[in-house]
Design a protein around this ligand. Structure first.
Ligand SMILES: [Zn+2]
Length: 738
């Protein structure tokens, strides 16, 4: 057969003939390789790797590219660099080379996998100055390995030489590196290279310890980020020089911004400079929707036309890691489907080339086949969402510091989960890209985006002055981009509310649930409903529409604490704070102060400021009231501009996309597990589901197909909306409306 490489050669030859019939040159590998497979080779595998069996598996699972361990921490080929540790059972074999050759013969893209941050002891003994050191001068170690320093010649000279050697031996299309970013943020390296380079840059000694208030420590943080970007670019220069302009090097990236921060991986700088993103994000901490969110977040910076495959574990990962036990198929499939719903491409991942739990070999095949059959609807599409949820790695670093999970991730995830419950399509938006990407948004959500620069505040102000609605929670904008407290919210003018408390107090409370409540405001007098809101009070309850569904209660459980605020004239306060009172003994459990004028929610025009950070608390306590209120707020803020309606029981992640001439609705049924971080081994069908999708101009909606059921769907078109009924959804369904 003609191999892919030979084909490229022929195509290139034809293209060089002037006026010939030659077609356009094929897309580079990083634009056309969507389906991936990876057998992460263990040191034992050289004596048991059944290459013909795996070639058959590649074919069965429809992969277009494979990721093959080559070098770094362990070499799977006979390297000319003696200190590159050869796999224990490698002998004289070139396992990596054999696999790369087989994959090329099968027409697959080969990405050589590196893992570059540690070495064995002999390497340390030979180059003791290439390794990270603690304040006492001792090397940082992980188990029996030594951690290399990113500022040493190991990164500047040795690794580029290894990359060059691999390219010369086997011509991989590109590289992916697992632990490319070196020592994490939890440890400071005091080696001579770091000391010298930091002094050159900062005119100061390395920081003695972690101290987020110290200017030197802050410089050290930024200096570390910048060095990882230098390494990214350095490695790409090396691979392009040896392998041609399309021979690209990629470091793996986590889908968690907090993990990226802990590794000094700058999401914005990396995703915006990369041609594709290899995601290493194998398990959920809350619900499956995390993976769709990751896909959308990455594509927001990478571009929606570039691939972002993700290593999807076929073994048990997450709640308990068991490298060679099969992940239940339901759990693995749902993670994959949610990835697809966010624009992520499939990449099955096994640890080791020989498995005794053979169930894991059965999981990927049907999913990969479905993906291949429907790939054109799953890539190169743009989100159709009117709600954006803002994020910023700077906020993760300088406000979240070492508690980003509670202070930054929990509010973000809680709001995302509330949008899911409310069946509202949304798109994550980097706060620095609001000007560029916010033009189609009707609602911007700032989920406790505490640390914001003045320009970021100005961009939000501009968004609102252009008619956008805003929802901000917690202590949004109370801090500068370095986490220094302001005297008032940076966006206090928009909120119509001003800070009077002690900044930082909220950090203390973030890990607790207090026995506090929110009081729903009694009847609001006519006149409070100004023309600026456009709302009419409901007949029953006479409360603001953001309190819809709570007619039979005057209080809601809260759990946080709130400071007094100074309010501007004309704002509406639908919720006020009820301070803590005892839980135990029951005899004492009565409100000491049933009413205060401390606002829990302030509405100012189409701006909602929710100091009662129900988004964080929803992640923490999973109380449906909190999600319902957040959903109400978004619907009120969107004022009818949400392009999706859905009726039917169950919990669904709903994502809408457009391609020229069509709308694609990807609906994932997460009813069975909800947001529970359990391991899913069952699926519960839901239906019938009634959908309404507002059609963008150019989409007529004559034909509606269900890509999972493999049928057309009955529908009617009226007033620009397509009304569709899906009989039942087991795991997911993709509607293509053309
Ligand atoms: Zn160092």
């Amino acid at each position: 057969m003609t191999s892919r490489r030979e084909f490229i050669g022929v195509a290139a030859a034809l293209a060089s003939i002037p006026g010939s019939f030659a077609a356009a040159p094929p897309e580079p590998w990083y634009r056309r390789t969507y389906r991936w497979g990876q057998t992460n080779i263990t040191e034992k595998d050289p004596v048991r790797y059944d290459i013909p069996w795996w070639r058959e598996f590649w074919k069965r699972t429809r992969v277009q590219g494979v990721i093959i361990n080559a070098g770094g921490i362990v070499a799977y080929y006979p390297s000319k660099y003696p200190l590159q540790h050869r796999a224990e059972f490698l002998g004289d074999r070139d396992l990596y080379g054999d696999l790369a050759k087989a994959a090329h013969e099968d027409g697959l893209t080969v990405v050589a996998r590196m893992d570059s941050n540690r070495t064995a002891e002999d390497f340390f003994q030979a180059h003791p100055d290439w390794f990270a050191r603690n304040a006492s001068g001792n090397p940082y170690r992980v188990a029996d390995k030594y951690v290399t320093c990113v500022n040493s010649p190991y990164y500047d000279e040795y690794l580029p030489a290894v990359l060059t050697e691999i390219i010369e031996r086997s011509h991989p299309e590109g590289f992916a590196d697992n632990s490319w970013s070196g020592l994490g943020r939890d440890n400071i390296c005091y080696c001579e290279n770091c000391a010298r380079k930091f002094r050159d840059k900062a005119s100061a000694a390395l920081p003695p310890k972690q101290d987020w208030t110290s200017p030197v420590y802050r410089q050290w943080i930024d200096w570390n980020y910048a060095r990882r970007i230098e390494i990214w670019d350095l490695n790409n220069r090396a691979t392009k020089a040896a392998g041609g302009s399309d021979c690209l090097w990629f470091g793996m990236n986590s889908g968690s911004v907090t993990s990226q921060s802990a590794s000094f991986r700058d999401c914005k700088a990396i995703f915006e400079r990369a041609e594709m993103v290899f995601l290493d994000h194998q398990a959920r901490t809350t619900g499956f929707e995390e993976n769709a969110d990751t896909g959308k977040l990455v594509h927001g910076l990478l571009g929606w036309d570039k691939p972002a495959p993700e290593s999807m574990a076929m073994y048990q990962a997450g709640r308990g890691t068991f490298r060679v036990a099969s992940k239940p198929a339901a759990e693995a499939r749902m993670w994959m489907f949610e990835g697809f719903a966010g624009g992520i491409q499939p990449w099955w991942h096994h640890i080791g080339a020989y498995q005794e739990d053979r169930r894991m070999y059965l999981t990927a095949e049907p999913v990969m086949k479905w993906y291949e059959a429907n790939q054109q609807y799953l890539v190169n599409r743009r989100p159709l969402a009117t709600v954006g949820i803002a994020w910023s790695q700077r906020n993760t670093d300088f406000y979240g510091q070492d508690r980003a999970a509670e202070l930054v991730d929990a509010p973000y995830r809680g709001f995302v989960a509330s949008l899911l419950r409310a069946r509202i399509p949304y798109v994550p938006i980097h706060i620095d890209r609001l000007d560029r990407d916010g033009t189609d948004l009707k609602v911007l959500i700032l989920p406790n985006l505490a640390a914001m620069s003045d320009p970021q505040c100005a961009a939000v102000r501009k968004f609102v002055s252009n008619g956008g609605a805003l929802i901000a929670t917690g202590v949004t904008s109370l801090y500068s981009e370095f986490g220094d407290a302001r005297t008032d919210y940076g966006l206090g003018d928009l909120f119509g509310a001003h800070f009077t408390g002690t900044a930082g107090a909220e950090r203390t409370g973030a890990a607790q649930t207090l026995h506090t409540y929110l009081r729903l405001s009694p009847e609001l007098r006519a006149g409070v409903w100004g023309p600026e809101t456009g709302d009419e009070p409901r007949v029953s309850g006479h409360r603001h529409t953001v309190l819809n569904g709570f007619e039979e209660t005057d209080i809601l459980p809260f759990g946080g604490t709130l400071p007094a605020l100074r309010l501007d004239a004309g704002v509406t306060v639908p919720l006020t704070f009820v301070p803590p009172f005892p839980v135990l003994p029951p005899e004492t459990s009565w409100m000491r102060e049933p009413e205060t004028d401390i606002p829990g929610l302030v509405l100012n025009g189409r701006v909602a400021f929710l100091p009662a950070d129900l988004d964080r608390l929803y992640t923490r306590n999973n109380l449906p009231d909190h999600a319902a209120l957040l959903g109400n707020l978004v619907r009120w803020a969107a004022n009818g501009a949400i392009p999706l309606q859905m009726e039917g029981r169950g919990l669904f992640d709903c994502n809408l996309y457009t391609q020229p001439g069509r709308v694609i609705a990807h609906v994932v049924n997460v009813t069975a597990t909800g947001r529970m971080p359990v391991t899913d081994d069952d699926l519960v069908p839901s239906g019938p589901l009634k959908f309404g999708v507002r059609l963008p101009s150019g989409v007529r909606g004559r034909n509606v197909r269900m890509l999972v059921a493999g049928k057309t769907a009955p529908h009617v078109i009226a007033n620009g909306w397509a009304r569709i009924v899906i009989p039942s959804v087991l795991d997911h369904e993709v509607l293509v409306i053309e």
